[in-house]
Write a protein that binds this ligand. Structure first.
Ligand code: FMN
Length: 306
């Protein structure tokens, strides 16, 4: 699929989720969350910074939040494109989708899981991303603002960057949908249209999407940082008496594009053998990450390895 086709696919995926009727409260809440994110993109953001130019870039690291936002973003770009050609005197078929790849930036500061790196590479192809990756030479480790400074030197048209941050992330409670960077950061606008999303909304939409999910989540991880400080979430340990139960049977069974006779399996990416060796060190077993829906426990696996 080229970028136009992927965008149209994401548009249809989003509409299909919005059309679900009479299911769980989580689905109804997620539909509201999607409507608000769409409104931010289509009414507040795109009229000021066109996604069909190079003014907007997307911050992507393969995590679940930014993947959800990427699917919505691509769908909204398609809708924006449709709206822009509607007023034209020529038929839609005479309008070419103006973007071949999506400007995307990956500031990768820490040692990440090999599965995550594989996932970023495979999804970059899948979603036609033109991905800038920050320099990761241990000798000259850059801070996040320095890395963005370098990015902006190479992509000087960038005015705003889309970020998949949520209110429940650390230091995010007071963020705004559109706001400038802090004084000690290079100057651009932060576009944060996912702030109001809860963990349960993320899993509901992502599991329904039937898009590949990074395999590391299938191993009991719920929030992925550096290899050095990320473990499976202890609340998903199968030996716990209070382990959570699955809230998303419907989404998994009726996932987008799935036929009724297909196995109700979750589409997870393959776990890299390097990570398997790392994880099989312990005999503990964990439920997949999407069993956890309590936002306050999402980062319980972010601890120091001894
Ligand atoms: N953090 C700040 O304190 N001030 C900023 O102005 C700021 N701008 C950011 C702009 C972009 C494009 C990104 C991706 C991040 C920015 N951050 C800024 C950092 C984020 O708020 C967040 O702390 C960081 O992405 C780590 O999130 P994680 O632990 O969920 O991966």
């Amino acid at each position: 699929m080229d970028l136009g086709q992927v965008s149209e696919y994401c548009y249809n995926l989003t509409n299909s989720y919005l059309e679900i009727k009479n299911q769980t409260q989580v689905i109804a809440d997620t539909q509201d969350a999607i409507r608000l994110t769409k409104r931010y993109f289509l009414q507040d953001i795109f009229p000021r910074w066109s996604p069909l130019s190079c003014e907007i870039s997307f911050s992507y690291n393969g995590g679940k939040d930014c993947q959800v936002l990427l699917l919505l973003y691509l769908g909204c770009i398609w809708e924006f494109f449709l709206n822009s050609v509607q007023d034209s005197q020529y038929d839609r078929q005479y309008h070419q989708y103006p973007l071949r790849s999506l400007p995307t930036v990956f500031i990768d500061q820490e040692e990440t899981f090999a599965t995550m790196e594989d996932f970023v590479a495979s999804t970059s192809e899948r979603y036609c991303l033109s991905l800038y990756e920050s320099v990761r030479d241990e000798g000259k480790k850059l801070s996040m603002p320095e890395a963005f400074d370098q990015y902006l030197k190479l992509h000087s048209d960038t005015k705003a960057i889309v970020i998949g941050i949520r209110y429940t992330d650390p230091y995010a409670a007071d963020l705004k949908t559109i706001q400038p960077t802090d004084d000690d950061w290079p100057d651009f606008l932060r576009l944060q249209p996912l702030l109001h999303w809860k963990l349960s909304n993320i899993w509901s939409f992502l599991l329904f999407s039937n898009e590949p999910i990074c395999g590391i989540y299938g191993m009991g991880f719920t929030s992925i940082g550096s290899i050095k400080n990320t473990l499976p979430n202890p609340h998903l340990n199968v030996d716990r008496k209070d382990k959570p139960s699955l809230l998303f049977q419907w989404e998994i069974a009726h996932a987008f594009g799935k036929t009724d006779d297909q196995d109700p399996e979750v589409n997870v990416s393959q776990v890299n053998h390097k990570d398997l060796a790392l994880l099989n060190n312990s005999n503990e077993k964990y439920l997949p990450g999407w069993y956890l829906t309590d936002d306050s426990l999402e980062r319980a696996g972010r601890v120091k390895r001894c």
